[in-house]
Design a protein around this ligand. Sequence first.
Ligand SMILES: [Zn+2]
Length: 311
Amino acid sequence: MVLIAINISETIQMNINQYFLVFLLFISIMPAHATPINVFACEPEWAALSQELGGSLVSTFSATTAEQDPHHIQARPGLIAKIRRADILVCSGADLEIGWLPVLLQKSANPKVQAGQKGYFMTSKMVKLLDKPTILDRSMGDVHAAGNPHIQLDPRRMNIVAKKLSQRLQQIDPTHISEYQNKLAQFKVRWKKAIKKWQQATKEIQGKSIIVHHNSWVYLQQWLKLNKVAELEPKPGVPPSSSHLAHLLKQMQQTPADLIIYSTYQDPKAAHWLSKKTNITAVALPSTVSDNETLFHWMDRLIQLLKDPIK
Ligand SMILES: [Zn+2]
């Protein structure tokens, strides 16, 4: 009886050892997927791009949503906790987040993502910026001193950022270089094809004139050859005033624009007022991806919304 008991316990012991070996083998081939690198994006488009380039190798978080104005958000404690755990920060830069990001960075005390480190990636640094003021005069409003930071609206610039961001991810996570390279190559093929499609789809609206709420569409204008004739903001960052709108109404009565554009996160009142008075269609365009939307879907949607009212 005792002998049988010993035999059974030995058998169990052997099985446990075997399981342990299998377990060790399992974790030795699975380490990457168990610990994705943490990407803290300031805007949803950079979270979406990181996702395209990293797949399951990255875990992305965006500080803002499509319904929030990225110029102004609260530096709330939840965001500090997120930056504290980040391996890389991916933001527009060029002062877009100047009102909240420096505070978050300082409070996070995370050395990996401070300015100058590998984990600090400003997308606007990777491309040529438009609207760089020659003289900086704050009386002109809250102008972006480093140039216009709203670069996500030009897919060609997005393509350049993709390459640089992939290289940075490879530096941070060198054990998966070939996976990042493959993902970048796949993205570039799909993106190039999509750019062609979008350009084809917008041929008929080239040269059309638009009024914008804030000067955040310059890259889209340049890419699709749209002609901006006015802004609803009297000065950058200053809400539309009744005197400025009255002035615009006069301007539109003489030479009407084809479309009024505002962002989904902006107050639609001024755009709707001018639209009603002039019969020019006003449309809310998404400046960035919505929750769980890919960059491809977002741009498809944006192009459709832009083109439908003016074609
Ligand atoms: Zn801006």
